[in-house]
Design a protein around this ligand. Structure first.
Ligand SMILES: [Zn+2]
Length: 467
């Protein structure tokens, strides 16, 4: 089955040119001018539109148990919503707890995704213990099974977080294997102590969520993670970086030549902590960790993206319904489920507020949202670019249209949207995963279970495992 996309303007992280694309069996087989349309099943005219790689979101939490509830998108609704907004692959987090068998955790997450994901997905594993031979064997088994990245936490000590000796030991072993270690960088001890103090003073509204985790606490943890990774000789990736202090630490390390990378998320570029002071508990919609920062940090992050100090934009998509789940924290901010929707918003928000405003150029948009994440997390060149031999994960994008953002527009399984009422630009007219159409001008054409598991290998291309 062959498809040709004709007359479009192809845009990648590095190039911009007019050409046709031929797709055979889900793979891009030819790129060139005026390709013959004989022996082709489908010809799609993309005149006047851009042809871009599908987005790659390397930070999602689908179907995840957290704080006594579950994130409200599963692998079907979440990937379907992602595709609606131009994203065609993800790496989700399998979350283990101390003492849990890593293989069982991976089995569990694979079962959540199988038969549901509408496009291809990989999995990171949360490393929450590494102090016994069993734990170490479990980590190696995950690597064998296609998990080529691990997340660790400086926060949530005793639950998800580990102490420095265990972390350092882990980093040293991962460094030997060329496996990057991802870090949630917040100093858990300081956060815990500040939360406790606010609770004792009866300061319980969403505003105190932000105040109990100030930016310096993230800066401190980021610098500390960088020091550990430096002496462990291990690649470090800071997830959801939100503030000046943390970005300064990353930049300084990179200037020294250390292998440190960082992602931010659209919400940290778009909002300041005024959102926490909105009336009627509305601030709970933005309760996530790290929190939304005071005014000033946002421009600093945009500049960091533009100058390359920040390399990736992911979502940390972790939706909870406002009317039911977020209400669990009415009495205390410490009980508000942490997280927000965003998987379907990312590509559009970054185009509207990044490219259209001139803060980043179109190539930086593609690089930070597609190419760099695919490359760094071992999905390249299958994912993240438009090239001969790559999977036909392709989006036909019309940069000229306008729309109103919000819950009516997004396809998340969540009753609110962080960008409600904002003006957005551009439309993801046609979204393909391995040459199969998922969305056609807002009409759903895909089905559950079309995606396969990306068995990733450190420093190599992934193998696709179907079903
Ligand atoms: Zn996360």
């Amino acid at each position: 089955m062959a498809t040709i996309i004709t007359n479009g303007e192809i845009i990648t992280a590095s190039d911009r040119y007019h050409a046709d694309i031929r797709i055979d069996a889900g793979v891009i087989t030819t790129i060139g001018r005026d390709l013959p349309v004989t022996e082709v099943d489908t010809v799609i005219d993309a005149a006047g539109r851009w042809v871009i790689p599908g987005g790659v979101d390397v930070h999602t939490h689908l179907d995840m148990p957290f704080m006594g509830t579950m994130s409200s998108d599963d692998f079907y609704t979440g990937t379907r919503a992602a595709a609606h907004g131009g994203t065609t692959s993800i790496v989700d987090f399998a979350i283990s707890f101390r003492g849990q068998d890593y293989d069982e955790v991976l089995d569990n997450w694979m079962a959540k995704a199988r038969g549901k994901a509408v496009f291809d997905y990989g999995l990171h594993m949360a490393m929450t213990w590494y102090d016994t031979p069993d734990a170490k064997a479990g980590v190696l088994s995950c690597i064998e099974r296609g998990v080529s990245s691990f997340k660790t936490f400086m926060a949530y000590k005793g639950v998800l977080g580990v102490e420095d000796p265990e972390l350092f030991d882990f980093m040293r072993d991962m460094g030997q294997l060329n496996i990057p270690v991802s870090m949630h960088a917040e100093n858990g001890s300081i956060v815990e102590s500040m939360q406790k103090a606010f609770v004792e003073q009866g300061k319980l509204t969403p505003e105190y969520h932000g105040l109990s985790r100030p930016s310096g606490v993230e800066g401190e943890a980021t610098a500390s993670a960088i020091a550990l990774a430096r002496y462990a000789d291990c690649k470090l990736y800071i997830v959801h970086l939100t503030c000046q202090e943390a970005l300064d630490a990353v930049r300084e390390a990179r200037q020294r030549g250390q292998a440190v990378y960082a992602e931010t998320c659209p919400q940290y570029l778009m909002f300041d902590d005024e959102v926490y002071r909105r009336p009627d508990f509305e601030g709970a919609k933005w309760v996530m960790s790290p929190p939304i920062r005071p005014k000033g940090h946002q421009d600093y992050l945009w500049a960091g993206l533009a100058d390359g100090s920040l390399q990736a934009v992911a979502t940390d998509h972790c939706p909870f319904n406002f009317e039911t789940q977020k209400q669990m924290g009415r009495e205390s901010f410490t009980k508000i489920p942490n997280g927000a929707p965003g998987i379907g918003d990312r590509m559009g928000v970054m185009y509207t507020f990044g490219v259209k405003t001139g803060r980043i150029d179109v190539h930086k948009w593609i690089d930070t949202c597609c190419t760099f994440p695919a490359r760094f997390f071992d999905m390249f060149p299958r994912k993240g670019t438009i090239a001969v031999g790559s999977d036909a994960d392709i989006v036909i994008f019309d940069p000229t249209t306008a729309y109103t953002m919000g819950v009516d527009k997004s396809e998340h399984n969540c009753d609110y949207n962080a960008y409600e009422g904002m003006q957005g630009y551009g439309s993801f007219d046609m979204v393909f995963s391995r040459g199969r159409l998922l969305w056609d001008h807002g009409e759903w054409k895909g089905s559950a279970g079309m995606g396969g598991y990306l068995k990733r290998r450190a420093g190599g291309a992934p193998e696709l495992v179907e079903g």
